[in-house]
Design a protein around this ligand. Structure first.
Ligand SMILES: [Zn+2]
Length: 394
């Protein structure tokens, strides 16, 4: 726990890793209650996080994503009223309705912003109370139930640029991440991976069912006794800071990306493969990308990353120098351009001088390191802190 605490301590003043701040109670057990879904969808307090063609709409005045109260948008309210009866039916599919909708959770009273009045909460069974939040991705055409003219005011609005999300506060960026990952999944998975029939969302847009009506045909998705639905996807990615047992050195690598005239050195990262432990995925990625042999991996913390649906699993790996383990060899994989062992002391100085915004500048060789919105920053800082502690300076 102390490692985790150290890793997330510097984080824009918000709670938790960037994209990982959970403002909503997801109350996942209520998603299957269709009456709960119908009632929350058009409650007077309900807030929609609005996306158009897969990207969030920008609220220019607030430099935020657009959060629309249904009571303030009669056109969206009218559209939602048409969609409510279609929930849990094939008619709610994007291709027929023109939208994807997903239930995100309840913003409970203690997490509410001051502008939400206290007598306007949704209350379920006198236990669960708050403001319901939904994500909606609008992609209408002339053949869909919701027509482009029904939501023209939203279609005309500017959408969020990727880098601007990193300027938003963590609570908003995390809400964006939450909605984007569900809506991205709903947008991509339209057909049953076994029989090819149309999939349709159930449980408030958090699961997909196969619609194949032919019961004489066996379908792995429809007919399996337990997991007879498609669940949302999260792709696990391992991300590792490579260090020595005394934390005095850190191995970082760079790809082709440039930050202005600077180059970025960062931690190694790669997708996990099926039937692989987190630890083995780390040592494989380290060896494939740098040639370095690491046999001891520790798990530190994780970060949701909505580009498109990743979970970054942060680790550090210890390399025992023996004249062979530490040798860098870039010939296995052409993914990175360079890798090198830095002195932790030098990186630590750069991080100590970091303003907290943007990237970390290294005084030498026009090099930058990742800023605090990236888990890589926290992993590198963790090694720096461990080194300082070993030197008695922290
Ligand atoms: Zn099927």
């Amino acid at each position: 726990m102390s490692d985790l605490g150290t890793a997330v301590a510097v984080n824009n003043g918000d709670n938790g890793m960037f994209f990982g701040c959970e403002s909503l109670n997801r109350i996942s057990f209520l998603r299957s209650d269709i009456e709960f879904i119908r009632a929350t969808m058009n409650h007077s307090s309900t807030v929609f996080v609005v996306f158009v063609n897969g990207e969030a709409v920008l609220d220019k005045d607030k430099n935020s994503i657009l959060l629309t109260h249904l009571k303030d948008d009669t056109k969206l309210d009218d559209a939602i009223r048409k969609l409510v009866p279609l929930m849990n039916t094939a008619g709610i599919r994007m291709l027929e309705s023109g939208v994807n909708i997903t239930f995100l959770g309840l913003m409970e009273p203690d997490k509410r912003s001051a502008d939400v009045v206290s007598d306007n909460l949704f209350i379920h069974k006198d236990i669960y109370r708050g403001v319901p939040y939904y994500g909606i991705d609008i992609r209408p055409n002339s053949g869909t139930l919701i027509k482009p003219e029904d939501v023209e005011h939203l279609l005309k609005m500017e959408t969020v640029k990727r880098m601007s999300v990193f300027e938003m506060n963590n609570a908003i960026a995390s809400l964006y991440s939450h909605a984007k990952m569900y809506l991205n999944w709903l947008g991509k998975f339209k057909y049953c991976p076994d029989c090819g029939s149309a999939l349709y969302p159930v449980d408030g847009g958090t699961k997909l069912k196969c619609s194949n009506p032919d019961l004489t045909q066996y379908c792995e998705v429809r007919d399996l006794p337990v997991n007879n639905v498609c669940f949302p996807r999260t792709d696990p990615v391992v991300i590792i800071a490579i260090t020595t047992r005394d934390f005095s050195k850190i191995c970082l690598a760079r790809n082709k990306r440039r930050i202005g005239s600077n180059v970025m050195y960062s931690t190694i990262a790669g997708f996990m493969e099926p039937a692989e432990t987190i630890e083995k995925a780390c040592s494989r990625e380290i060896w494939e990308e740098t040639g370095v042999k690491c046999s001891e991996v520790s798990l530190v913390c994780s970060q949701p990353w909505p580009y498109p649906v990743n979970l970054m699993i942060g680790c550090y790996g210890i390399v025992d120098f023996n004249g062979d383990n530490e040798i860098i060899n870039l010939n296995h994989d052409d993914e990175i351009m360079d890798a090198r062992w830095f002195d932790t002391k030098d990186i630590s100085e750069a991080i100590d001088n970091y303003s907290g915004k943007g990237f970390v500048d290294f005084s030498m060789d026009k090099i930058t390191f990742p800023g605090s919105t990236a888990i890589a920053h926290h992993l590198i800082k963790l090694i720096c802190d461990k080194f300082k502690r070993s030197q008695g300076s922290l």
